[in-house]
Design a protein around this ligand. Structure first.
Ligand code: N01
Length: 549
């Protein structure tokens, strides 16, 4: 007779669902991963916490949410047919349009049948002897496969501020990254928005139009440039569709993976009038290409200051109250925190129903049942919006109990900051891949091409192993250390590494301060990944072998 323990473990094994590859997340990364794995003839299962595809665009439904990369570039390029049949309606797509696109992709490629929605993965444990990953969900379901791909996103774990009394607030509290699907009606209400990053800067002008009164609690002013969003003219769309291949090829040669013009000159090499003209034309054009006005804006503080002062001048010219204009004007490096892109952000502070509450000097004291206590005053509120961002890059991974060889937890290994090889794999965690993980260009680039490049690399790697009957791949500690050092080294001269941004984990109390993305540029990074493969996966331990398929 079997012992109860054996019976239990057999029951667990029979309940466990086995696959070739498990993928966590059904955003743009998870969907394309599934597509590629299927084409390799592999049995893959995607586990997704939400009830639909789209990842960040599924969750971030706050008013005014849009992408700040132009829609014709923020789209998949793996399928020329998809490119031709889908037509973007605006220069910068809204969240609902991007979500429609994600849904269209999932239907067009019949992806849903292999995605299990409403399924949050809580742990991922590697069994060395069996060379398998076992994933357990919040409801206790269990899935196993030799390979696991974390397509969990860089900005998906929300950062809830630790402000005293937050749970005591009587009204509704909405985080921009977990916005109610049914929408929120702020008509006539007193609304408080905490935060002034990209999500706040997009939502504030829209909420202000609806709210009775809007209070914006600003801890740090952020730079923002106008989007100048507009519907796309049919002729423009036709022209783009006709030249998609060359547009994509040009974008791949750019540092950010986005096709745009960078002025090769230094801001200090031209006279003040020429400089002003360049900034003015970039401001008029709109969008983050503003930072391409001169080539050294992110390397030379004096150059950077000319761009920063130009934007401050714009704030002074738009915002009527000089005190408010001053408070809205950032003093630090432009582009250090991610440059925001807005529609009418600064002008919104001219509205009589909008008040800027500057909490730069003294933090918000507490949240009370009736509102926010800050700046020596009580602000009575009906609703609170937390536009407080994300535990970026590592948050989504660390919230899963990931255990590699010898039961070592990833979050323990990353206690001093994330370490990975190429942002793709971690030593001690065989056969576990991270799409756009820390140490890869990811958030410094157009996410879609970065995602596609990683997914292609991972799919090719799995195929390489299968064809050769290799059961296991893992980076060597030496290769990982060398890559981490390289990531640190290239970040050094870049001004982006010097301020308190989420790039270095500064927005989450207690998070180690490490510049997480790779800032060496998309083309350089891709070339490195390709060299490593060409050298037979240099820097990786491969083995042991089993019978080739
Ligand atoms: O988050 P953020 P986000 N008390 O971290 C403040 C992408 N994105 O969701 O700067 C008071 O930028 C915090 O203050 P400070 C994009 O990559 C893209 O806006 O830390 N304030 C800051 O003002 C973006 O960069 C798009 O001093 C507190 C704000 O909350 C990233 O997501 C749209 C606080 C958080 O800003 C994150 O943007 C939206 C506290 N305790 C987002 N804690 C597009 O594509 C935090 N803050 C357009």
């Amino acid at each position: 007779m079997q012992s109860p323990r054996t019976q239990l473990s057999q029951a667990a094994t029979s309940a466990r669902q086995d696959y070739d590859v498990l993928v966590v997340g059904a955003g743009f990364a998870g969907m394309y991963m599934l597509y590629r794995l299927r084409r390799l003839g592999l049995r893959a299962r995607v586990l997704e916490a939400g009830d639909g595809v789209g990842g960040t665009w599924y969750w971030n439904r706050y008013p005014g949410a849009r992408c700040d990369v132009e829609s014709v570039q923020y789209s998949y390029q793996f399928s020329p047919e998809l490119e031709q049949e889908w037509t973007w309606s605006e220069r910068y797509a809204t969240q609902p349009e991007i979500l429609r696109y994600a849904n269209h992709v999932s239907e067009r490629f019949d992806l849903r049948r292999d995605i299990q929605f409403g399924t949050r993965v809580v742990s991922a444990v590697y069994d060395d002897a069996a060379a398998r990953w076992t994933l357990t969900t919040g409801t206790g379901e269990s899935f196993a496969a030799p390979f696991c791909v974390m397509a969990t996103g860089c900005l998906s774990a929300t950062n809830r501020p630790r402000i005293p009394g937050l749970d005591d607030f009587d009204g509704p509290v909405h985080h921009t990254g977990e916005w109610p699907h049914e929408g929120v009606d702020f008509s006539g209400q007193r609304v408080g928005v905490i935060g002034t990053g990209s999500s706040a800067i997009q939502s504030i002008p829209v909420i202000a139009q609806q709210a009775g009164h809007l209070y914006v609690f600003q801890r740090t002013p952020h730079y923002t440039v106008p989007a100048h969003n507009a519907p796309l003219a049919p002729d423009y769309v036709r022209a783009i569709k006709a030249e998609y291949r060359s547009l994509r090829a040009r974008a791949k040669q750019m540092f950010s993976g986005i096709d745009f013009r960078i002025n090769p000159s230094s801001a200090l090499a031209v006279d003040a009038q020429t400089r002003e003209r360049e900034y003015e034309s970039r401001w008029e054009y709109g969008g983050t290409t503003f930072m391409g006005a001169f080539s050294d804006l992110l390397f030379d503080r004096d150059s950077n200051e000319t761009a920063a002062e130009f934007v401050r001048g714009k704030i002074r010219s738009i915002v009527r109250d000089p005190k408010v204009a001053h408070a809205l004007s950032p003093r630090d490096i432009i582009g250090c925190k991610r440059l925001c892109v807005d529609t009418d952000y600064y002008a919104t502070f001219n509205r009589p129903n909008v008040t800027l509450v500057d909490v730069t000097e003294a933090p918000i004291e507490r949240i009370t049942p009736a509102g926010v206590r800050a700046d020596g005053r009580d602000y009575a509120l009906d609703a609170l919006v937390l536009a407080t961002g994300f535990d970026a890059m590592t948050g989504a991974l660390n919230r899963i109990d990931i255990r590699g060889q010898g039961g070592r937890a990833l979050k323990d290994k990353w206690r001093e900051g994330p370490k990975s090889y190429l942002g793709l794999m971690v030593a001690g965690f065989p056969n576990l891949f991270t799409v756009t993980g820390p140490g890869s260009p990811s958030v410094l680039t157009n996410m879609l091409p970065s995602i596609e490049q990683h997914v292609d690399w991972i799919a090719d790697c799995i195929e390489y192993l299968r064809v050769r009957g290799i059961a296991r791949i893992e980076p060597t500690v030496e290769a990982q250390e060398a890559w981490v050092e390289h990531v640190r080294e290239v970040a050094g001269p870049n001004l982006r590494s010097v301020c308190s941004s989420w790039y270095i984990g500064a927005n989450v109390p207690g998070k180690p301060r490490v510049f997480m993305p790779y800032i060496g540029g998309f083309p350089q990074y891709v070339a490195r990944c390709e060299e490593i493969v060409a050298a037979g996966y240099a820097g990786f331990d491969l083995g042991p072998s089993r019978a080739p398929r």
